[in-house]
Design a protein around this ligand. Sequence first.
Ligand SMILES: Cc1cc2nc3c(=O)[nH]c(=O)nc-3n(C[C@H](O)[C@H](O)[C@H](O)COP(=O)(O)OP(=O)(O)OC[C@H]3O[C@@H](n4cnc5c(N)ncnc54)[C@H](O)[C@@H]3O)c2cc1C
Length: 438
Amino acid sequence: MTLPASARYVVVGAGIHGLSTAYHLAKELKARGTGSGADVVVLEKSTPGAGATGIACGVVRNNYFQPAMSELMQACVEVWESDPEAYHYHGVGYVALGPMVQESDLVAVFERQERIGYRSELIVGEAEVDAHMKRLFPDWRAQGVTVCLHEHQGGFAFNVESVMGLRDKCVEEGVQIHSYTEVTGFALGADDSVTAVETSKGRIAVGEQVVIAPGPWAQHFWRLLGLPDTIDVRTPAGETQHDVRMWTYWNLQEGEITVDPLMFATADGGAPPVIHLDTDAPLLTDDGQLVTDELWGIYYKRDRHGVQGGASPLKVDGDVQLDPYPSTTDVDPEFPDMWCAALSHAMSRFEGCRRLYKQARSGGVGSFTADNFPVFDYLKPNVYAILDSNHGYKMIGVGREVAKVLQGEHSSLLYPFRFERFATGDLHPVSNSPYPWS
Ligand SMILES: Cc1cc2nc3c(=O)[nH]c(=O)nc-3n(C[C@H](O)[C@H](O)[C@H](O)COP(=O)(O)OP(=O)(O)OC[C@H]3O[C@@H](n4cnc5c(N)ncnc54)[C@H](O)[C@@H]3O)c2cc1C
């Protein structure tokens, strides 16, 4: 496919956000009678799903302590539920379990979910949580868990297949997706608007707007647009932190065990919800070695060929070499011991699973903003940025909101993620979770 000389809308990046934006924009233009997918061109330096979307575990949940995240996630789950077949979405639910220190956070999340109409239930008390989990999984045996938020919506989707589903939807709407077309720069007009996008296959003039959805390559695009590496951040308390790095990196640690996926089923043989367990109970390997006696956490889900999940990510000092993505992943060599011990701690069916750990590359690098929450905003008069701070495979609905914003509408769901928040102090509240994305 030859690159057109111009396009009304240019979307950069064919991950979950770029493709969702392109698809919803095509539909939005058609519904308004002002255009169609033929007005939208997606530029991708590799192929669709080559970035973080293609390695995401695929967990879809609402559980966020921050009201704006939780409300946005509700809209995203609505999109997942709109076409489970095309998106390869499995609405099996999601269970978050935590120790005493997380009780107030999960109670607040549950109360908000009740208010916004997101289906979930809350169980408080060690014995009550244990009974709830044993009803689901009779071999449940995790210790130190006093609160459980059981979301009856959400679950997971198969990442690569869902990208293909979105790609097909784009193509059906007439959107052009140009693979192996790397964006190398932007030409700016007198008013600082982007007039053309420079690519490895030539220049494409921009009729109206550009959307960048570069995933972990956020810092690269930030610099291409002339934005600073460090910023001042005003805290909600009114203090100003100077020269805070805008972009940092974390290595996400994930892995899987090769087992018959059906061994991970609920008591009635049903598909299990995704499990996220945090606890401060001592973690021992099956042969009694202490792994940690500090707060630890894991998540896991049934996968096609086994059970897949992860643990807390590791912060990277300084910059990382992202390409070729994600071969730069640097997983803690002790991760398999920890994750398998934790699975066994949770359910006796996983006892001895360490020998079933799959020795394959897993996990990958994520790029995070100065406050670890997304920036969804215009960075130039006609350049809208979707920089999701690694929250976002689950955020398939962001593209639907962005499509409306591109047409001049206000999105109250995206407004809390404007870049200006760092200057005004309208930051998101921070939870007691050990993860940078909760
Ligand atoms: C190991 C791991 C597990 C994760 N698990 C989950 C999970 O379970 N649930 C969840 O919600 N989120 C998860 N995430 C986060 C999630 O994957 C990302 O937040 C999300 O996929 C980002 O989507 P994106 O479309 O912004 O970026 P990407 O999917 O990275 O897409 C960006 C695209 O831009 C392209 N690109 C880059 N530079 C250029 C250029 N110069 N020109 C043209 N194209 C370019 C890339 O090739 C890429 O295809 C996980 C992340 C990692 C790393």
